[in-house]
Ligand binder design. Structure first.
Ligand code: FAD
Length: 438
């Protein structure tokens, strides 16, 4: 898949190895909270497996489809809702180019450290895990993935920033709140364009499935009622009730100057569902109830909701179950640019203004989400949807935008496989490593 970063397209000399049938979940360890999985295991498969086994743990999921590979995403250093996936990889089992299989970490101390091999990621000497992220130095055929303890007493915090400038200024507050572990998970801040493109298709489908006659404009207005401003946000807190209460008080005090804050808990959704059973056609209740899917991302429940932003509405509605199979056949294309920058107001403003100037000038809308991936790093997910005949123009535009970012000290952390950008001493070193048998 690798959607948004070139999908399955490769350079002439490349080959693709399809690992989707390696779908074994080899071990679930409830004592230490990890799983050992093969590369074809999907977000949905593992999420359902944990639920079926009444696990005390969850898998951290991304906003991409249910059918995406957990290891595929981790190996490209993907970002989930609670953490950067790379952080959850304890051990990799790899096949090298000669066909030999070896494991990173402590695996070779077979007897004495049998359990420890899935807990302690290092060995004596260098940490080899790093060699296999964003590289093709080996084929990962299995991995130990650390799970997250189920969130108790989860509170989802929805933010509507008063003005764009407030969102920038709030960056410094986010930094402080993340550093002090007040905010947990990765705050996601979509702009209006992103919010509409990722939520509206799902809502339109939902109303149609319920046979409620309502125009798309009316549905959009109802969504705007809950998220009326140019920038919104979502973040979370969970844990001991007293601590959560104190955290929420602090968040309201610190962020309240910049945005309107709404808190959602599980009990709210129970009430909403109850109200819906009495008023099944109430548009506000339907929209509110659908937020459950978005908020579920934080607690390890993947959804195909956001795929509505990359296919036509018709494809989205007709192919509810096998959507992931039809994405690459769509007539429309989409592309992502994923720059990162230091977390502060200056860089947040640069990321947004440079994107808007470049895309607006060329007649494209800027769908942007700013993700606070740590207390120091900000990621921007910039996405453009286009008609296939515009492919060359969009690629040229992304080239211009990447150059503009670079002049301002901003670089992408993930690139399409085909990209020849950054051919330098570092990539030469990686090539040399590749020629060495491990
Ligand atoms: C609507 C939408 C939302 C998205 N949201 C997110 C998001 O929240 N976070 C995010 O990170 N991404 C997101 N994405 C991007 C993308 O869909 C995801 O990164 C997805 O997880 C990729 O999974 P995959 O199964 O397609 O991985 P693949 O394409 O199979 O793998 C990615 C790359 O990793 C390497 N690789 C994979 N498996 C192995 C292996 N076994 N051994 C060695 N190398 C390997 C390959 O180079 C491959 O190109 C989103 C995309 C869309 C369209």
């Amino acid at each position: 898949m690798n959607w948004g970063l070139g999908s399955k397209s490769v350079n002439n000399e490349d080959i693709i190895i399809n690992l989707s049938k390696l779908r074994k979940i080899e071990e679930l360890n409830e004592e230490f909270g990890y799983v050992v999985i093969e590369p074809g295991v999907t977000q949905n498969q593992l999420s359902e497996y944990l639920e079926k086994n009444n696990s005390n743990y969850i898998i951290d999921v991304t906003g991409s489809s249910k059918e995406t590979s957990i290891l595929g995403n981790a190996l490209e250093r993907g970002i989930a809702y609670n953490s950067q996936r790379v952080e959850s990889i304890i051990r990799l089992e790899v096949m090298d180019k000669e066909g030999a299989i070896f494991s990173t970490g402590l695996n070779h101390f077979k007897d004495s450290a049998f359990e420890l091999k899935n807990l302690y990621p290092y060995n004596i000497g260098p940490d080899l895990r790093g060699l296999f992220f964003q590289s093709n130095l080996g084929i990962v055929i299995g991995a130990t993935v650390k799970l997250l303890k189920k969130h108790v007493n989860l509170h989802t915090i929805q933010l509507n920033f008063y003005h764009e400038i407030d969102m920038y200024q709030a960056m410094n507050i986010f930094k402080k709140l993340c550093e002090e572990n007040i905010i947990q998970g990765i705050p996601h801040l979509p702009n209006r364009e992103r919010k509409i493109s990722s939520i509206l298709p799902m809502l339109i489908r939902e109303f149609k499935q319920k046979n409620i006659l309502i125009s798309d404009t009316e549905i959009k207005k109802t969504l705007d009622f809950f998220m009326p401003t140019d920038w919104s946000g979502m973040t979370y807190v969970w844990g001991d009730a007293k601590i959560v209460k104190r955290k929420i008080k602090l968040i309201k005090k610190e962020l309240g100057k910049y945005c309107k804050i709404k808190i959602y808990r599980n009990s709210h959704f129970k009430l909403i569902d109850y109200a819906l059973s009495i008023f099944p056609k109430n548009k506000f209740l339907i929209v509110l109830s659908s937020f459950k899917k978005i908020f579920g991302l934080c607690v390890g429940k993947p959804t195909n909701m956001a795929l509505g932003s990359i296919v036509t509405q018709e494809t989205f509605e007709v192919n509810n179950r096998n959507l992931h199979e039809v994405v690459d056949r769509e007539v429309e294309g989409f592309h992502y640019l994923l720059p990162i920058a230091p977390l502060n107001d200056k860089y947040a403003k640069l990321l947004v203004s440079l994107t808007q100037e470049t895309l607006d000038e060329n007649g494209f809308r800027s769908a942007i989400t700013l993700n606070i991936i740590s207390s120091n790093i900000l990621e921007a997910v910039i996405s453009v949807k286009y008609e296939s005949k515009e492919y060359e123009r969009v690629m040229a535009l992304f080239e211009v935008l990447t150059n503009t970012f670079e002049r301002n000290g901003i670089y992408p952390y993930r690139l399409p496989r085909k990209s020849k950008r950054y051919q330098n001493h570092y990539s030469d070193l990686v090539e040399t490593l590749k020629k060495t048998t491990i």
